[in-house]
Design a protein around this ligand. Sequence first.
Ligand code: BEZ
Ligand code: FE
Length: 313
Amino acid sequence: MTVKIFDTPQVQDFLNTVAGFDQAGGSERAKRIVHRLLADLYRLIDDFDVTPEEFWATIGLMNELGKGSQFGLLAPGLGFDHYLDMRMDAEDEARGLAGGTPRTIEGPLYVAGAPVAEGITRMDDGSDSDSEVMWLTGQVRDTDGRPVAGARVEIWHANAKGGYSHFDPSQSEYNLRRTIITDAEGRYRARSIIPSGYGVPEGSPTDRVLKALGRHGQRPAHIHYFISAPGHKHLTTQINLAGDPYTWDDFAFATREELLVEGRPIDDAAEAEARGLEGPFTEVVFDIELSRTEAPELQSRHKRPRALEQAAD
Ligand code: BEZ
Ligand code: FE
């Protein structure tokens, strides 16, 4: 039987009590946010006639998500990371800070403390001889086109099976994760391997949520970046390697037209030798434009839980 009780004085008074409105202590902001959240959920229970079985199944699912540290994985799937990006884009626009290379989501798979190199590095540990060699390079410039020397370019990406070191125990420590400091011309160069797209683990609580929505948990092949330099706005972004079937069907909603990069296959011994490589390779070029800012809080990445962040910082 359908009943509607949300708008009754008893329920409204109860909500005020639950949110601590009649208590002197605590945080006003926390009380107002929890009140709003609970009100929306109580109303939803009324409107959809949610049964006790459905409610407790959801609590069980949330416990599983928490046990597996999967909320950071589900959040982008439910569009929260992209929504926060849309809000930050709008804030930049309002502050007159728009321009430069666009941001896109960080994702939950960054690991702090990767080895640091000056100008050039190798990112893969050499154990994957079947993968396509990637030469990843670019120049960091400001929005007036001036090269930014000494910029910190942190790069991380998956291997050819879509796995990330640290989270995938079969890979060596910091495999496919490096920080490169740009040279006098603002350039960075890295030898690595072409990544594949990531997929949410089959049967995981996140996968079950996505399946209930008729969705998949696949991402296209991509490479993550954090770029920072004094006097410039910190940039969190990714590039997508063009031609992936999931380019415009990313479960994490991170693809942006400006961040699509076409790899250039090169099979020329002289070109390979010029880069210290032996055989054919694919060159991926990603130039980055940073906006200038003097605001210190905009020059570093925002805080969030990240693997090994405390240990490394
Ligand atoms: C990733 O960057 O690979 C990623 C992003 C969001 C959810 C899961 C993975
Ligand atoms: Fe990723």
